[in-house]
Design a protein around this ligand. Structure first.
Ligand code: DX5
Ligand code: ZN
Length: 224
């Protein structure tokens, strides 16, 4: 089963709602008709910060009808993905850099699929796009980081536009059903430019839940 949504679209990030509250974040995401809600899991090892864990997914997964887009910034993801699938994650996106070899990547993807979730593969800004190629036929989504993972509110790295174009080409030529998601520093300038470069799903936290309203900000990101 392929992951099908109307694109381009947004995946509002609950990381930006730690102060204003998860309920408010969910309501904001629903108010803009987002198909996804983005949940950032950080273990304090793969990235220095600690954020949500499996209990948080359990708590929020059925409080709405959006797909739980879970981005796990953790070491040894193959040991955790089954738990996240059971907890209610619809998409589980893990980091290629967290796997020490090819077999571990394959194992993680298989465990995600066996758990009934869609599998996403994420790379940091410095990881070559070509490193995704061996897995393009086994995954449902590619997540390109536009900032170093670990914190919200960072500035978009401009080199990402070229990386989006390159990834889109790889997807089109090999497995067009794969969705391309971008994460970090998305706003009214970087959003439209990322879409133009080929992004399908835009994660947005700080900007979406900033001033104005999520409705106004979403329309600015999507240029509508
Ligand atoms: C960063 C996270 C992002 C973060 C994006 O490591 O993966 O999902 O929430 O937030 P903003 O939109 O604030 O850059
Ligand atoms: Zn994220």
């Amino acid at each position: 089963m392929a992951l099908k949504v109307k694109t381009p679209c947004l995946s509002p990030s609950l990381l930006a709602c730690q102060k204003c509250g998860t309920e408010k974040g969910i309501a904001g995401a629903e108010s803009i008709g987002a198909p996804f809600i983005h949940i950032d899991v950080m273990d304090g090892k793969f990235v220095k910060n600690v954020s949500f864990g499996v209990d948080f997914v359990k708590e929020v997964h059925d409080k709405h009808k959006m797909l739980n887009d879970t981005h796990i910034m953790v070491e040894r993801p193959w040991e955790l993905v089954e738990e996240f699938a059971k907890a209610g994650s619809d998409i589980i996106t893990f980091h290629l850099e967290a796997c020490d070899n090819h077999e571990r990547v394959e194992e993680t993807i298989k465990k995600i699929h066996d758990g009934g979730a869609f599998a996403g593969l994420c790379i940091r800004p410095g990881t070559p796009i070509d490193s995704i190629a061996p897995y393009i036929n086994s995954i449902d989504l590619v997540l390109l980081m536009c900032v170093e993972p670990g914190w919200g509110g960072q500035k978009f790295i401009p080199e990402t536009y070229e990386r989006i174009k390159k990834t889109k080409k790889l997807i089109k030529e090999n497995n067009p059903s794969v969705l391309l998601e971008v994460d970090g520093g998305i706003n009214d300038v970087t959003g439209p430019k990322s879409i133009e470069a080929g992004a399908d799903i835009l994660v947005t936290g700080t900007y979406l839940f900033g001033d104005e309203t999520p409705e106004i900000r979403a329309s600015k990101i999507l240029n509508r």
